[in-house]
Ligand binder design. Structure first.
Ligand code: MRU
Length: 357
């Protein structure tokens, strides 16, 4: 089945598919400067929590590889500014900070081992490639655990885009649907368009079409109607950050879908890697919500659709844990009470994820 490739490390640099242009055009850019990678994350050339993490790891690797530093000490002095620029690109998705911490840990290990400059440059690139490979293996494990929660046949719903474009693997929520279909389940996906950035209409619809999975695109204000009348059997979405009590930030609109799901007795699942957990924060109230430009609300693809009035654009909302039937991860599925279940999953010894490809 077709799997989109939003990002790849190549000898020429980091190649990214411009998700702002999909589905109309498939255009890629090659970046050799970490500052351009930071801009690409901020401006949504690449988006989706795990894919942002992969991009950040590759940004750090590019910085190490192309730094003008002539000594390990000079490179070390440059690193804080590199992490800082990448960390300031998008505030909600915790995968970004997870990836930067991981790259920093690797850098410090290399320093402790007295690695020389060439070795550090090479090993930082290898670590970023490993982050990417592990994301792919993680998605596949999430898909296997999650497929069991999909019905044998019928309608399922998602939100935003939590597919290959968003993870650089097979996707989390769409990975669950994809594996279920590969297992022979006969699913039809209801795809809310996901205003204002239209990740559902532009990206999820494109991925499902390319993958040959039947779908129907709906506008966001049709969600309640279809949950009440259309026998939707399950909903699965991704996540940008999961607090210690299970409260989950995801694309704006997810909260209302979860509430309507409860009202209509439709199970609502989150599919996300453990790198999305933020167990240091007690609940969803502490999750920083990115505020994006009002122009993304007043305009669609550059065309003004509203008069020149104030508009709000919180890019994410928080779904309280009580609306979530299960959180599907690469190590298994957490159910309420989440505090204990998430802690157990996070501290389970890491199984040997197969990264062989
Ligand atoms: O603003 P975006 O497009 O980066 O938001 C993406 C989402 O909200 C996804 O659902 C989430 O990152 C999970 S992606 C597997």
């Amino acid at each position: 089945m077709y799997v989109a490739q939003p990002i790849a490390w190549t000898e020429a640099g980091v190649v990214m598919l411009d998700q702002r242009r999909l589905p109309a055009e498939e255009i890629s850019y090659t970046y050799t400067d970490y500052r351009d990678v930071a801009k690409a994350i901020r401006e949504m050339v690449i988006r989706g929590a795990p894919a942002i993490g992969v991009a950040a790891a590759m940004g750090v690797a590019l910085a190490a590889r192309h730094s003008p530093a002539k000594s390990v000490a000079e490179l070390r002095a440059e690193m804080p500014a590199i992490y800082d620029l990448l960390a300031k690109t998008r505030p909600t998705a915790v995968d970004l900070f997870w990836a930067l911490e991981r790259m920093d840990r690797k850098f410090n290990e290399l320093l402790s081992a007295n690695a020389d400059l060439d070795t550090i440059r090479r090993e930082m690139v290898a670590e970023a490639k490993l982050v990417h490979l592990e994301k792919k293996a993680t998605d596949e494990a999430i898909g296997r655990f999650g497929a069991a929660f999909m019905p044998k046949e019928g309608l399922v719903m998602t939100q935003c885009n939590a597919g290959a474009l968003a993870t650089a693997g097979i996707g989390t929520a769409l990975g669950v649907i994809r594996v279920a279909v590969e297992q022979g389940k006969n699913l039809h996906v209801l795809v809310p368009e996901t205003r204002p950035y239209l990740q559902g209409a532009r990206l999820t619809a494109w991925e499902l079409l390319k993958g040959g999975i039947p779908l129907t695109l709906i506008t966001d204000n049709m969600v309640g109607h279809f949950l009440k009348t259309a026998q939707v059997k399950a909903i699965v979405t991704g996540a940008d950050r999961i607090a210690a009590n299970g409260d989950t930030a995801n694309k704006i609109g997810t909260y209302q879908i979860a509430v309507l799901a409860k009202e209509n007795n439709v199970p609502f699942y989150i599919a996300a890697p453990i790198s999305t957990f933020d167990l240091a924060i007690p609940d969803g109230d502490s999750i920083p919500i990115e505020e994006r430009s009002a122009e993304e609300v007043t305009h669609i693809q550059g065309v003004r659709i509203a008069p020149d009035v104030p508009a709000a654009h919180p890019a994410f909302d928080v779904t309280p844990a009580r609306y979530i039937a299960g959180i599907i991860t690469e190590r298994g599925v957490a159910h309420a009470p989440y505090a204990e279940a998430l802690r157990d999953l996070a501290t389970t010894p890491r199984p040997a994820l197969s990264t062989a490809h």
